[in-house]
Design a protein around this ligand. Structure first.
Ligand code: ATP
Ligand code: MG
Ligand code: MG
Ligand code: MG
Length: 576
């Protein structure tokens, strides 16, 4: 590619709404361009990176035996009604109507459609296993689109779905995908961890997230530096451990000074397992006697699952705080509280505590503490107040860091991560809901065992930049770079020797199959270097008259402090 025939559009300043480095650099390097909240144009330079990412994913998926197809973005609601997700999923699911007033959805994922294909096409055990995947546009109406395409509303995902005859076979499909993901993220040169994740209603231990390590990550990982142990924060496995630490030992006065209570404070105060409270909230109750004293106290616990499938808010009622709770609907909670401040009785503590319910807050650390007029402290949130994003990692650091890891091999640590992939065993959840069966050897219909496997294609760009950048710009890992090598001729318009060598090298590298860009725009060296350092091309070769006189070109890797002279005669082989 020649720069004069390509589209290079770099900016000195990042737009004000770009909070984190990857978002800023993607905007400045002209990789993406904002169209609306969470909706971006993938500009030519960015698209090249996306295509590289897709290429790696496609190769490894194919190698692992998965089969590519393409399912529609716009999907009829009927299928989604079969599984109940049309109604169950919250506002993250974009619902649209056609001219006949028929309901459709814009796919956030494709379990329904792929299961519909499977139930029609996969009739016999002889056709199993099968793993279908596509790389397709997704839409999720995220509550908080942010960080550019890292948490977009429209984004590209690779999603794969495996179909197997039984649990054991499904396990093999899962393991094959797990291995493929390792190959994919290794090839991208990322620093990541596969962490055990919550399996929700499905149960078992087959759910893993692939988390790219980054301080700006929205997720938190609990891991042991001396062993394989790594789990995301929701995972039940960590629960007893954390629950123990979260025992209600601290008197309320100590935990809640006016200001913001940490997640750990509230959990400790309530005697709730901390790990559950991270994405869980709200406690409250009332019931007074005639004298205005609390006669009965009940605690309500809302579990807000970030999971797009369980987007509805689940509520559990915790009687007397511990043990025996049941799920209540949000409507029940609303009726109970009228969405107004609830009043919490002496939940095992000496003092009454006032609590306000806010269904929009998602974490315990959203609680704000203050003092009530009995001069006791209370914990609650202000209805409708826009609270700052809680710092989950900071909350948990005190509680878990330094605890022995469940495998006994070391001490626990916490770090932040960006979820770039997720492998999940689905069991027969969808095949049962949609009656997807195959005939076994005896001709008996059996439900197919399924698994689903996602990778955030566009999110990966942001995640990679978070790990690979400096003050001058992006530093792409070779496998993801829009161009692997940029040729920067100095004074190409003045010097025939420079022009000729630039052309020769460009043609030669192209013939060798190297992904090379020739910067023939006639920019000054400073501007030219700044552009490619910002864009993050990993290798640069400078051609100048001065160098050519000595038969040399200058090579500089994006991370190198200095250029290295390379003999003209050896440069092709050197760059190959
Ligand atoms: P998150 O927890 O970040 O919301 P998720 O668990 O909802 O992600 P999955 O349903 O597991 O996401 O989807 C598979 C992958 O798609 C994720 O691992 C992530 O890499 C990517 N992804 C999910 N939501 C977005 C988004 N809003 N923007 C970009 N990529 C996304
Ligand atoms: Mg997630
Ligand atoms: Mg999500
Ligand atoms: Mg996920």
């Amino acid at each position: 590619m020649k720069a004069s025939q390509f589209f290079v559009s770099t900016l000195k300043e990042a737009p004000a709404d770009a909070e984190i480095v990857s978002h800023k650099l993607m905007m400045r390097a002209g990789l993406i361009k904002r169209l609306g909240a969470g909706i971006y144009n993938y500009m030519p330079m960015g698209l090249r990176v996306i295509r590289k990412v897709e290429g790696i994913i496609r190769e490894e998926m194919n190698r692992a035996g998965a089969i590519e197809l393409l399912m529609p973005i716009v999907q009829p609601a009927e299928l989604w009604q079969e599984t109940g997700r049309f109604d169950k999923m919250g506002p993250e699911l974009l619902r649209v109507k056609d001219r006949h007033e028929r309901d459709f959805i814009i796919q956030p994922t494709s379990e329904e459609v792929v299961t519909d294909i499977a139930r029609q096409e996969l009739r016999s055990y002889k056709q199993l296993p099968k793993n279908f995947y596509h790389i397709q546009t997704k839409f999720r109406d995220e509550r908080r689109p942010r960080f550019g395409i890292m948490r977009g509303r429209e984004f590209t995902m690779k999603d794969a779905y495996s179909f197997d005859r039984d649990v054991e076979a499904a396990g093999r499909s899962y393991d094959a995908m797990f291995k493929a993901y390792i190959a994919i993220f290794d090839r991208m040169g990322l620093q990541y961890r596969a962490v055990a994740a919550d399996t929700g209603a499905i149960g078992g231990d087959r759910s893993h997230e692939f988390q790219v390590i980054a301080d700006t990550g929205e997720d938190a990982i609990i891991y042991c530096p001396n062993s394989e142990y790594a789990a995301n924060i929701e995972l039940a496995e960590a629960l007893p451990l954390l629950a123990e630490r979260a025992a209600p030992t601290l008197p309320l006065e100590k935990t809640s000074t006016p200001g913001t209570a940490t997640c750990a404070d509230v959990a400790r105060f309530l005697g709730l397992p901390l790990q559950r409270t991270v994405k869980t909230l709200v406690l409250a109750t009332d019931e007074f006697d005639e004298a205005g004293k609390v006669a009965k106290s009940t605690v309500w616990l809302l579990m807000v699952r970030g999971d797009h499938e369980l987007n509805e808010v689940k509520a559990s009622k915790v009687e007397g705080l511990k043990g025996g709770f049941r799920f209540a609907t949000l409507a029940e909670i609303d009726t109970h509280f009228g969405c107004k401040p609830g009043y919490l009785g002496p939940i095992g503590m000496k003092q009454p505590v006032k609590v306000v319910v806010d269904r929009t807050v998602a974490r315990m650390s959203d609680f704000v503490c203050g003092a009530n007029d009995e001069d006791y402290h209370y914990t609650g949130v202000n209805w409708g107040r826009d609270l700052p994003e809680p710092d989950v990692v900071a909350d948990l650091r005190n509680v878990v860091e330094g605890d022995p890891s469940p495998d006994g091999k070391g001490l626990l640590a916490i770090q932040r991560g960006i979820e770039v992939g997720h492998v999940f065993y689905l069991g027969t959840k969808y095949s049962k809901a949609m009656n997807a069966t195959y005939l076994d050897e005896k001709g008996k219909p059996q439900f197919m065992e399924m698994g689903c496997y996602g990778i955030g294609v566009t999110r990966l760009l942001g995640a990679a930049i978070e790990q690979n950048h400096d003050e001058r710009g992006i530093i792409w890992p070779d496998a993801m770079a829009p161009f692997r090598i940029v040729i920067c001729p100095i004074g190409m318009d003045r010097s025939e020797a420079v022009r000729a060598e630039a052309e020769r090298l460009y043609q030669s590298l192209q013939a060798l199959g190297v992904d090379v860009l020739l910067d023939d725009r006639g920019e000054r060296p400073g501007a030219m270097f700044a552009d490619w350092e910002l864009v993050g091309v990993p290798h640069r070769i400078v051609i100048s008259d001065r160098g050519l006189k000595e038969g040399k070109l200058e090579y500089q890797g994006r991370r190198d402090a200095q250029a290295t002279p390379v003999a003209q005669a050896e440069v092709d082989a050197f760059l190959k």
